[in-house]
Write a protein that binds this ligand. Structure first.
Ligand SMILES: N[C@@H](CCC(=O)N[C@@H](CS)C(=O)NCC(=O)O)C(=O)O
Length: 322
């Protein structure tokens, strides 16, 4: 029997320890159109929260803990599989190194997961979710306004391909400046823990075709990550790619005549770049632009840190910076 959306959302919500809450809708009298399953420290969730805050869209927030593996809970995976099915892309089978769904396929055990009660859809990729949210509300306030969309999209493609997972969990090349509580992580153990988690769920999902497909896909992705992503050479390559992206950003910033990248108002590219730079700084890797004298990048970061949406969704969001 097909799982109804209402039942899937209720089950996924109940499986979490934390009660849900409404964000951004203190004065709302009707139930919000959107429900978001997300995690405080997930950069992909941060993008969605920031767009929701920027556009002042209220939503029901279901917070998950990535470190304890709540995104793998069977009820959440079932909900996400509805979104993966609607996406029209295959499930993941390996790890591309980035969080891009275009290159890697649909991951059934991650966040963010957005439920849209108006269309009855589950959306599963931060970039696609943010594009859809941008269609909501006043067209004059679009974060991807017509006419600027080509430039914005090319920045978003660069951002979508940044090696966030390697930077989060892997050992940086050269001096390890990460704070003591994170210095032990080399990525391999982190990814292998996820493989083990999938094995445990696979053993308990016998006979359940949807869950078996989902955990097999996630297992293959994390095994690939453990085997390939965290070697010294792979980490060197990842940091080099981030360095190149920051140099290109610095050049674009120095050529512009506007307050933000494309106009005097922040676009989706400004928000996402701001969030990525905050993440890189949080990973103790701001030396990537500091040591290279990329002053434009540093100034841009400081400007982005002042945005009320970024403050609300990340800098002042408990557990987002760690
Ligand atoms: N393409 C997806 C990727 C989502 C993703 O990779 N989420 C990460 C956090 S940013 C996650 O939930 N990881 C948990 C895990 O893999 O165990 C998106 O942009 O939404």
């Amino acid at each position: 029997m097909a799982l109804s959306l209402k039942a899937a959302v209720a089950a996924s919500s109940q499986a979490l320890g934390e009660p849900s809450e409404i964000v951004g809708g203190e004065s709302a009298t009707t139930a919000p159109r959107f429900e978001l399953f997300h995690a405080a420290n997930s950069i992909c969730s941060q993008k969605v929260r920031t767009v929701l805050a920027h556009k002042r869209i209220p939503y029901v927030s279901h917070q998950m803990n990535i470190f304890t593996g709540e995104t793998y809970l069977p009820d959440h995976v079932r909900l996400r599989m509805l979104g993966c099915g609607a996406l029209g892309l295959p499930l993941v089978s390996g790890h591309s190194g980035s969080t891009s769904v275009a290159g890697g396929g649909c991951d059934p055990a991650v966040v963010p997961t957005l439920v849209d009660w108006e269309t009855g859809r589950v959306l599963v990729d931060s970039r696609r979710i943010c594009d859809m949210l941008d269609q909501v509300g006043d067209p004059a306030e679009r974060l991807r306004p017509p006419g600027l969309d080509a430039g914005i999209d090319s920045e978003l493609a660069v951002i979508d391909d940044l090696p966030n997972y390697q930077m989060l969990a892997g050992r940086p090349p050269g001096e390890d400046r990460r704070p003591a509580h994170r210095r032990g992580s080399n990525g391999v153990d982190f990814a292998r823990q996820k493989v083990k988690r999938c094995d445990d769920y696979l053993a308990r999902s016998e006979g359940d075709e949807t869950l078996t497909l989902a955990y097999r896909a996630k297992r293959a992705k994390e095994l690939d990550a453990a085997e390939r992503l965290f070697s010294p050479t792979a980490m060197q390559d990842a940091y080099a790619r981030v360095g190149a992206a920051c140099r290109a950003l610095d050049e674009t910033l120095s050529a512009r005549r506007t307050r933000w990248l494309f106009s005097d108002r922040p676009s989706m590219a400004d928000l996402f770049w701001g969030l990525e730079l905050i993440r890189i700084k949080n990973m103790a890797a701001a030396s990537i632009w500091e040591d290279a004298g990329l002053h434009g990048v540093q100034a841009f970061l400081e400007q982005a840190e002042q945005l009320p949406s970024i403050r609300a969704a990340v800098l002042d969001w408990p557990g987002a910076i760690y």
